[in-house]
Ligand binder design. Structure first.
Ligand code: ATP
Ligand code: MG
Length: 139
């Protein structure tokens, strides 16, 4: 995957709140092109693997339970400087600290249930994209 791509998920809280369309619109209006898109649900084991880097953190059990409790939308997005620009668009992990105009400011409920995921590096964007998408599913 080229370095102008990032990976995102619309998390179960935002799907439950019927915000898939509004969140995808914020992404595309900010200049991100959808090059892979999937509506699916993670098992607990898959959610645990996806967030394995946080396995020693006190919130890990809660995070795995949350991320597997309902469907998510997974997407690969393309734009110049995708990883950094997308992290700016989603805003701070804790929505109380997220800037106006960010996705988390508008849609996140709490630091745990914060509406969207965004890759934090080009390397992780590639790993995370490969977790969900085959080569035939990206354009
Ligand atoms: P993400 O990786 O989902 O884009 P992030 O990079 O902003 O989020 P991380 O530090 O990677 O934040 O944390 C991963 C996820 O774990 C957070 O998005 C959130 O859902 C959950 N999380 C992080 N910190 C806490 C916390 N203190 N309490 C509860 N859940 C948390
Ligand atoms: Mg993260």
């Amino acid at each position: 995957m080229a370095t102008n791509r990032t990976f995102t998920m619309i998390k179960p809280d935002a799907v439950e709140a019927n915000n898939i369309g509004s969140i995808l619109a914020m992404m595309t209006e900010a200049g991100f092109k959808v090059v892979g898109l999937k509506y699916t649900q993670l098992s607990e084991a898959q959610a645990g693997k996806f967030y394995e880097v946080h396995s020693a953190r006190p919130f890990y059990g809660e995070l795995v339970e949350f991320m597997s409790r309902g469907p998510i939308v997974a997407a690969i997005l393309e734009k110049d400087n995708a990883v950094e620009d997308f992290r700016k668009l989603i805003g701070a992990t804790n929505p109380a600290q997220a800037e106006e105009g960010t996705i988390r400011k508008r849609f996140a409920k709490s630091i745990g249930e914060n509406a969207v995921h965004g890759s934090d590096s080009d390397e992780n964007a590639e790993i995370e994209g490969n977790f969900f998408f085959s080569q035939l599913e990206r354009f």
